[in-house]
Design a protein around this ligand. Sequence first.
Ligand code: C2E
Ligand code: MG
Ligand code: MG
Length: 463
Amino acid sequence: MPLAVSEIREKNREQEDTRLAALISTGILDTPPEPSYDTITRLAGEYFQADSATIGFADEGRVWMKSCWHQMVRELPRKSSICDMVIAEDGPVVVADISRHPQRDTLLRRFKHIGIASFASVPVRSTAGRILGILTVFYHKPRPEMRPESIRTLESLADMVSSQLELRQLHKTLHGNGSRHRHARSVATANESWPSKADLRQALDLGQFVLYYQPEVDLSTRRIVGLEALIRWVHPERGLIPPMEFIPLAEESGLILPIGDWVLSQACSQIQRWCKEDPRRVSLRVAVNLSARQFSREGLADHVEALLLNTGISSRQLGLEMTESSLIPNVRIAMEVLSSLRRLGVSLLMDDFGTGYNSLNNLQSFPFDVLKIDRSFVTRMTEGDQPLQIVRTIIELARVMGMDVVAEGIETCEQYRLLREMHCRYGQGYLFARPMTAEAVTDLLRLPGRILPDPELAELVCA
Ligand code: C2E
Ligand code: MG
Ligand code: MG
């Protein structure tokens, strides 16, 4: 039996209340215009060759703009807005020519003075599918209808907006107690402050540090395409000490500078040795982790250039990994250093993507080639739709920005399968290989085609 008019109104009211509750729980209306979203509006604007692009969130009465690319508008009445059209449609709205649209008068009243002739708008949804806001691209001229693939790309960009809201919430849960470095340091402090600065100094002088290397593979072929250099301390009494137990102190005490220099020169010499044994290994890229302190020093790029010249390796064979938090203390210097490193031709990898406060915005500002998805997202991927969607969005984001993407910390065949399904190109994790000595890596590099055994087969055999 059809619903009575009053029942329809009541039902719509309920839906609107649920929508508003979902919007309020994101906290987005209380924040100033969101810098991270500028990446998305800029991308949408450039990708669709639009004249402007906006992201707005609709409460009961108004549409609040959280990012405007090439537009100054900050808020609008909601009634008869594009947002209302998208909510009524419960999906994308494409208007190829405002002057021929049934709602022509309303649209012209709103847009004529800013010269808008056509637009495409898609919903930004909550995880439960409620429409929180819209992402819209605008044109000064009428445009032919958009193809379905183009609408889907615009929807992917809108998904990034939703994921950014979720990333912040997830970040609060995962890293609410501060960064992992600070955490590791507090553990070290609790353990009677071992090691001391003098211990570290001595370890460096006595040559107690070693580099382990963990393979990075092409997920479709399992070919080793690169290696990440990871420092260890071989302590005569305490055994093998992982970096999180001494890198934070090295950073605090400034010893990270000589330790970092040692890591860089060691990694470059190792690349040289591997290539000497087999020149086909020139396609391998070894990535070294850099800390904040290494950026605030003059001449990092000169130092790297000298190392490349001395060891005779090509800049393509070296990668430098950094977390966004290491770039934040001095953004201006970090930007200069990164640009000169980029000019040298070394690859720049953003490590632990998603764990920083403003990942998306920083990604736009800094010239990275590769984005490494933090292990925490890969681990949670099989826990439900939301974490899976976040990983999907990060992969899509990298694709749109023309960056390579590496998933960190792959431990299970299920994660491996999901990542391949989402077209994640590269990965790294215990499932393929743990960090190991240079000698052990040499054995792996001798495998035909540098292709690692199939972990799915191993699982079948063990089952
Ligand atoms: P990172 O750069 O994100 O390195 C990845 C870490 O994840 C490594 O820990 C690696 O062993 C671990 N890992 C890789 N695959 C898996 C997996 O499948 N499961 C699990 N549970 N873990 C996995 P590691 O070697 O303990 O290094 C920790 C961090 O220490 C590094 O994180 C990096 O931030 C820092 N670090 C390591 N070497 C250096 C260095 O030479 N210089 C500086 N500044 N930092 C370094
Ligand atoms: Mg790293
Ligand atoms: Mg990492």
